[in-house]
Design a protein around this ligand. Structure first.
Ligand SMILES: O=C(O)CCC(=O)C(=O)O
Ligand SMILES: [Fe+2]
Length: 476
């Protein structure tokens, strides 16, 4: 807490003394040195570097950015010239979208009536405002991102434009995406469930503003740190490509998010991504300075993404822990639908629980099936030779197409149980197909991840879309 006050006071001091302030204008917090903290223990301490961008001595600013990126891979910028009001509007329109009272209204904003186009346009005035705000924020944040890349390039002994041009394709090629993370409260066991699992960002640079609910944590020096909320800062996180391009000099910070028991957390994240075919490799060699051997092989950004997803999958398959579990008894069907869409997009497999099919029926199904296979060989053969095609033999739906001739009639309840199960399964698949179809109709992807642990129905929903192509702005 003392450190926090210190930071605040220091920031004010820097501001009031303006340009004459020559002392280092990064506000380094204290490092909790000497305290050993377990990996899963969180230290709440304002130690994440804050860089004041208003200092006219840009060399100093550059040094602060470089130092923070080397030591932490994350920092906060203040006095970044993006108007406070713009950030407030950004948050307002995003929150409005997620909190539209009626689901029908949300649907209407997401999908224009009479349009089959997934990307369809909406003439709704709220949508116009949202687009304007998002575009203006995109323009501003793009300038900030390019400035940061400029300083990071200089820190590598390269031209100011090097990272942006060589790593992100420059100008029209660099892809900016905005994502809004939405973490509903997790009542039973918020402390046991994470919003986002620990990860490093797959894309290059992340520029993030959260709402006032804390949740972001970064890993440094063997401990987790809370990233404190401050409405004036933009959080900057270094992702994998910059880590590789800098030959490991800049850290790709490991981070995660926690959930709040009472309140919804949201974060607005602008991601700067290289084009998929861009080769990501240590850039230093281009300067002819061969001091340091490259630590990373060249790899396209697309390959990097694929590898990371593959790694994640193989890890998950080993534990099966991450396969989404969807609770169909949740009264909010919209949430259920989004969970199904997200699970299908990301996994292609999910578990459903509380799905209305009585467990007794499933038990009986297994019993009669097992009995069937225990019939004498001759009886099974007789049934099989009756069936011309395997398909017809096993058909259980629709009832009009079921040929009972191929069903065993000497197993009690075989027919009733199978018919009942077929009816239930048909209902369930129709429901799931319905939700999947709704998923195609959404202009924005509105997704919900689910967690198996305690909170049946949690972590986050997000929508994302590419910013419209923006002209490259001059670095200043
Ligand atoms: O919500 C946050 O604060 C972090 C989000 C994040 O790490 C991500 O979107 O990659
Ligand atoms: Fe992240």
């Amino acid at each position: 807490m003392r450190g926090d006050l210190f930071n605040k006071r220091r920031a004010t001091l820097l501001k009031s003394t303006g340009n004459s302030q020559r002392s280092i204008n990064i506000l380094w917090g204290r490092h909790n040195q000497g305290r050993h903290v377990e990996r899963d223990q969180t230290v709440s301490s304002p130690t994440i570097p804050i860089v004041d961008l208003s200092n006219l001595d840009k060399e100093l600013v550059a040094r602060a950015v470089v130092k923070a990126s080397q030591e932490w891979g994350v920092f906060q910028v203040v006095n970044h010239e993006i108007p406070k009001e713009l950030i407030q509007s950004l948050k307002k329109v995003g929150t409005h979208f997620f909190e539209l009272s009626s689901e029908a209204e949300k649907e209407a904003v997401a999908t224009p009536a009479n349009s089959k186009d997934i990307q369809g346009y909406v003439t709704n005035s709220q949508q116009d405002i949202e687009d304007k705000v998002n575009e203006e924020y995109a323009r501003q944040v793009k300038k900030l991102a390019e400035n940061i890349l400029g300083w990071l390039s200089e820190g590598l002994g390269l031209d100011r434009e090097a990272l942006f041009n060589q790593g992100f394709g420059g100008g029209e090629k660099a892809v900016y995406t905005m994502k809004i993370n939405y973490y509903p409260p997790c009542r039973p066991q918020a402390n046991l469930v994470l919003g986002m699992q620990p990860h490093t960002d797959i894309h290059g640079l992340t520029l993030l503003v959260p709402n006032e609910i804390p949740g972001l944590q970064v890993f440094n020096d063997n401990q987790w740190f809370d990233v404190e909320y401050n409405p004036s800062v933009i959080n900057i996180l270094i992702g994998d490509p910059i880590w590789r391009m800098s030959n490991g000099k800049y850290k790709n910070v490991l981070h995660r998010t926690t959930l709040n028991t009472e309140k919804t957390r949201m974060s607005w994240v602008v991601l700067l991504k290289p084009p998929y075919d861009m080769v990501i490799e240590p850039l230093k060699k281009h300067t002819g300075d061969g001091d340091e051997a490259p630590k990373f092989e060249p790899i396209t950004y697309g390959e990097h993404v694929e590898r990371k997803v593959r790694d994640k999958l193989s890890k998950a398959v080993m534990t099966l822990d991450d396969i989404p579990v969807i609770d169909l008894s949740n009264p909010n069907e919209d949430l259920v639908a989004r969970a199904v869409v997200k699970a299908s997009e990301e996994w292609g497999i999910f578990h459903v629980v509380n799905h209305w099919i009585p467990p007794e029926l499933i038990g009986q199904l297994k019993e009669v099936g097992t009995e069937f296979f225990q019939l004498p060989e001759s009886e099974k053969k007789a049934l099989a030779s009756e069936a011309k095609r395997l398909q017809e033999h096993g058909r259980i739906w629709p009832p009009s197409r079921v040929n009972h001739r191929f069903w065993p009639n000497n197993i009690q309840d075989y027919r009733e149980v199978n018919e009942e199960y077929a009816k239930e399964i048909n209902n369930l698949s129709e429901k799931i197909l319905g939700w999947l179809s709704e998923g195609f109709g959404l202009r924005r992807r509105l997704l919900l991840a689910v967690s198996r642990s305690g909170c049946e129905f949690k972590p986050f929903v997000y929508k994302d879309y590419k910013f419209r192509k923006l002209k490259k702005l001059a670095l200043d």
